[in-house]
Ligand binder design. Sequence first.
Ligand code: NAD
Ligand code: DAU
Length: 356
Amino acid sequence: MKKRKTILITGGAGFIGSHVVRLFVTKYPDYQIVNLDKLTYAGNLENLKDIEDRPNYTFVRGDIVDRPFLMELFEKYRFDGVIHLAAESHVDRSILNPLAFIETNIIGTVNLLDAARRTWGEQLDDKLFYHVSTDEVYGSLGETGYFTEETPYDPRSPYSASKAGSDHMVRAWHHTYGLPVVLSNCSNNYGPCQFPEKLIPLVINNIKHNKPLPIYGDGKYTRDWLWVVDHAEAIDLIFHKGKVGETYNIGGNNEWKNIDLVEKLCDIMDELLGRPAGSSRRLITFVKDRPGHDRRYAIDAGKIRRELGWQPTISAEEGLRLTAKWYLENEDWLNNVTSGAYQQYYESQYRERIAE
Ligand code: NAD
Ligand code: DAU
């Protein structure tokens, strides 16, 4: 697929988006990559310092909720492809402020679909709208079983419901207007540049500062963790080789109960910080549960493995160690994102939970 040259990546200053932008900018020097990001609290241009001067990279600050702005952007660049990652992405924030999730995740996605449809018109050869979604749209699993591409949608948080809504819109634009689309639904990512509201970087930051490690409920909630670079590689494969109209599940085949994962991280951090073995585990604090907390997510990634030859590349041990090291070595990055507004967020989210 050589003709798709000017590509819009939305949310490219965020966690996963920055890894996708880096991969495309470095791997495809003949592509023009335009990164559109609002730079919310989760967007950070520091994530892309190493590639910001590349001639095939352009950053545009803007909001996908702003329709006239998007239409102008599409007219200006005449994109051949869109990889849409921009979203409000944190479940706990969606419980505090659901409207922001409806606006960005649903309205913003519809605006992008509409801008693509209007700009592309009938000229759809080699065009593609790729929507990046989550396994949370499938709901919650019991002790056994896996999410496949056929699992019925059953979202249960404002975040997952807004992502489910956006997925339905993408499929509606495909079936109704013939827009060439592809979707993927991925499990929990981890790695460098993840905002420390999410479990792994939050725990690493708290261990560093000897603060309590908040574990929701009984700690036996289960997630399937994937190294973020493996997700970026999967996105590259699907963008270039995926079948139009199809959905691909992406997962790490790497299930952990939260408490086991946090204990593992404690041990790695003790070693890296030269602290006595077992000292970080003493910070573990069971706290009030997340409302509507999904018990278990687990992805069957058989389709992308069989059809596109993708599989995760690194072990959990290796990935967690690399992640912990990255946060320790990038102290300025961590200090910058955990000052100011982060402290207020942390207070509002954890003060009561930890006091109980
Ligand atoms: P993130 O919160 O780290 O980054 C989101 C980015 O989107 C930020 O840079 C933010 O500034 C930008 N953004 C937010 N609202 C915007 C708007 N209105 N207009 C333009 N830009 C806006 O998120 P992430 O964890 O990197 O997730 C990226 C995508 O992948 C999301 O769609 C998410 O649903 C999906 N996803 C995430 C995971 C995960 O584990 N993090 C797993 C599966 C799927
Ligand atoms: O499954 C994919 C999804 O994974 C993505 O779509 C979301 O964008 C991403 O945020 C993530 O959602 P989770 O809710 O699973 O991730 P989070 O890191 O918030 O929480 C992981 C688990 O850890 C979950 O069971 C809740 C628990 N948790 C989380 C935090 C922040 C705690 O026990 N304590 C905490 O302080």
